[in-house]
Ligand binder design. Sequence first.
Ligand SMILES: [Zn+2]
Ligand SMILES: [Zn+2]
Ligand SMILES: [Zn+2]
Ligand SMILES: [Zn+2]
Ligand SMILES: [Zn+2]
Length: 857
Amino acid sequence: MKTVLMVAEKPSLAQSIAKILSKGSCSSRKGLNGACSVHEYMGTFSGQSVRFKMTSVCGHVMSLDFIGKYNNWDKVDPAELFTKAPTEKKEANPKLNMVKFLQVEAKGCDYVVLWLDCDKEGENICFEVLDAIEPVMNRPYGSEQTVYRAKFSSITDTDIWAAMTKLGEPNRNEALSVDARQELDLRIGCAFTRFQTKYFQGKYGNLDSSLISFGPCQTPTLGFCVERHDKIQSFKPETYWVIQAKVFKGKESPLTLDWDRVRVFDREVGQMFVNMTKTSREAKVESVSKKEKAKQRPLALNTVEMLRVASSSLGMGPQHTMQIAERLYTQGYISYPRTETNHYHENFDLKGTLRQQANNPFWAQEVKALLSEGLNRPRKGADAGDHPPITPMRAASEGELGSDGWRLYEYIVRHFIATVSQDCKYLQTTISFIIASEGFSCSGKTLISPGFTEVMPWLGIPLEEAMPVCERGDVFTVEEIKLVERQTSPPDYLTEADLITLMEKHGIGTDASIPVHINNISQRNYVTVENGRKLKPTNLGIVLVHGYYKTDAELVLPTIRGAVEKQLNLIAQGKVNYQQVLQHTLDIFKRKFHYFFDTIASMDELMEVTFSPIAATGKPLSRCGKCHRFMKYIQAKPSRLHCAGCDETYSLPQNGAIKLYKELRCPLDEFELVLWTSGSRGKSYPLCPYCFSNPPFRDMKKGMGCNECTHPSCQHSLNSLGIGQCVECEGGVLVLDPTSGPKWKMSCNRCNVMVHFFEHAHRVQVAQESCEACEASLVAVDFNKTRSPLPDGETQHSGCVFCDPVFQDLVELKHATMRHPSMTRGGGARRGGRGRGRGRREKKPKDKMAALAAYFV
Ligand SMILES: [Zn+2]
Ligand SMILES: [Zn+2]
Ligand SMILES: [Zn+2]
Ligand SMILES: [Zn+2]
Ligand SMILES: [Zn+2]
């Protein structure tokens, strides 16, 4: 019997699709990587009985990166990244072991049906999957088709079954357009980012960013925000004057009229008009007009519009909105949420879709009315040919979706109902008045029929007081005429919704990438998200954009990116050659890079104004081993030490606190040691600022503290403070934390294991001798007289922390703190650990001197 392998984009999708296609009769098992399941069932495929095997990947299988040495910032000239540096596809998440998993499942299969999401990324993943499985699948018989692609827009019985009966082929061109975009973003982004990060970070102390990134799309996105900021900054408010008139008739309450001249910018002119007008106490009705107007129902919903509304009305950022929408899609509640289409096909089952919403109390009434009176045709929008507009596919209740899920779903449903509802109709009444010789008017709206605003009440016509009944020639009495002084106001910062509109208008970013770019510029500290989801650029964001404008405006204008994205679309349509687009675009940016490199000084001038030179920032902390002057500790990220005397910068571990460590010096280079602490309950260890960046021994890596230093005689090194092999990880050594008293602890220098022992001891020392049973170093402990836990009032004892019976109750081996829960999952349990210490005998710990061996070689 032949086997058909089927692959979806995510585990939950594989499960839903398998359930539909097997009519609920599939059997499921976990795959070898633990993350993906395999669902199997019997069925028929092109007329023969077969076994179906449905499984999934977890998004992209592969990701693009430079090979080996080109990932080293210090060893490669960034200019080489444009063409010279070779790239390779690596597994996107090596832990998932996805290629191996796919190959194990595909071995011996005869056909493959690709159920990846139906967008360009999904098409690209199709070929990643095929590259992995084709070598192990059974050879096709003759020229028989063995690779199929399913096209679907929602996870519903109808859609999935329709896709299964109408299988096509994967689209190589769409996949190539994604490859091209990945390669361009990688090469251009890395070259500019590496160059400017290294250039500026070495120079300025208060530059609060560990990465000064450039992205061919991200940077123009930031450009829009800064452009608005500049407009606000250069705005000069102007004073203007308006005449306000209040009139009334009989006993009705007074009307406030608008001046036909709107406003004047000269106070005296304004006063002149007031004086003229004030001569009359009567306002004469010149004309009364009544016009029926309509407020149009919305176009069907596409991604960009959903993101805009979610940000402006629901207060949900684009990235978050997309995550929720994808979950709703995966669970079958809505159709595919990445689409440019806002037009329904002729044969889309609008009525069936609407009927599903007839029982939800929130909108049942409107839906039932529509079903009995008949649906209105949705407005004609644009059909991108990808998917239907975002549409609810299944009824849901608040309880099953969760708070944000429900809010987004509710919006999507209301929007859908609105698209098949009538327009809102209202009557606009305008009354024109003459006072002396000046014209005034007032207007108001009266609702005729609410139409779609019944289900989208926030778009309804605001209730106004009724307009007075009157006709031409009627006379009102003037109650008050006055000159009011006002000021023009500056524009506001861009909201996320504004930014999305601008990106869409200039053709940069797609529905898939807009949320990513907006997220990036706030994550990287170029803008902050203020109240009302307004995007306010930071100093860094402003200086960068101004700098690009000054050197090469095209780096920040959306024009080039817009043109490149057009080319990428042409690749997807098979109209242009993939290699040519790539070469041409890289050539342009390579030339831009060289120009940028040569003219960086002009960007630097702007930086100098905003940021302080590194020598002028930070607080003196520890002494330099070369010139013996105090170095300054720069706390802004990334935190560093800078020696002004030698003009050298030394990196430090991040995400913790740094302080001076007892004014002790590194025996190798005389630099004063500093102590790094990750927090009150976390790890801490001393380190030498020089050795941290310049490892003294061949077997050490950059970024190591004294707890990993293999110096044979240093009193802070692994040799002096190491106790024994880690209880959790391979190759780690438990090192006494000499600063941890009175709550003494030792912590592993590789993993996150921490062991507490000997509370209230006033001294804990690691001895030269080691345990005969387990080879761990012996520890000498000195307790307080009053609080000694030792028998017979003794205060001193030395022994092995793992084997010594006196120590057993004083060592909390079983409480080894593991900060990454992943470590406790799947076979990571302690080797043999049956009780404190005892299990250690089963596997002898390596002599810690073995770890030092490399030094003596
Ligand atoms: Zn120095
Ligand atoms: Zn050192
Ligand atoms: Zn050291
Ligand atoms: Zn460890
Ligand atoms: Zn021992």
